[in-house]
Write a new protein. Sequence first.
Length: 280
Amino acid sequence: MPDNVLGIIGHPVAHSLSPLMHNFAAKKLGLPYTYAAFDVDPAHLKKAVEGIRALGIVGMNVTVPHKIRVMGFLDIVDEEANRIGAVNTVINKGGVLHGTNTDGMGFLRSLEKKGFNPKGKKAVIIGAGGSSRAIGVSLLRKGVTNLSVINRSKNSGSKLVETLSHFGNADLIQSSETARVRNAVLEAALVVQCTSLGMKKGDPLPLRDPAFRKGQLVYDIIYAPVETRFLASARKAGADTMNGLAMLVYQGSESFRLWTGKKFPEESALKLLKGKLGRV
């Protein structure tokens, strides 16, 4: 049984920089860990989780589209992840699989690094997946006055808003409600794009006709490409912009600590990944 394997499951997952980041950290710290990416079709998620236990894999990150469904296949899900309704980190403790969520912490730390404090401000998140849940909860806990969820599907959007309403003021706007979408985005101090749209060339914009302005921060959790069409549109309108690279590093840093008990070399990892993205 391997006792030094870490990894990430998602679909697709070949684009992920997590293997580069975590293998770099392990080597820098002199730790005997190897981190790999595993592309897991949603139909095989249960078997993949069983494989973590069977193979003795130390820990696993979980990314799109598995963050919500994976909860049903774990032995223990901590209070934080249960509140959020999504897991992004699995820790194997002697064959018992524990689920937690480090996305919210990573997101807030990235805002702090940017010098943006969401307290007392209006915010918008686009999408209703696992990342939206963690980010939405973290923003409401941090004191945003109102959080609007923009989502194409009323069903999944309503479920997210139901969760978020336990933490503060949240409402749902369907993507088709053009006027409401435009007003919410213009009024928001922070707009966070949480869908996978923009990762591939030819992807449509997450919003049909986004309206941005000076003085707001527009954040896309995608980090490759460095500037999505969504962020380019915001930048051209005069908004401040930010991609998801810092969030990737900070959430990964906490996962690494949970798996190994060691402090992750955050600044070195950020520099490495910025260099990598600058060459692609």
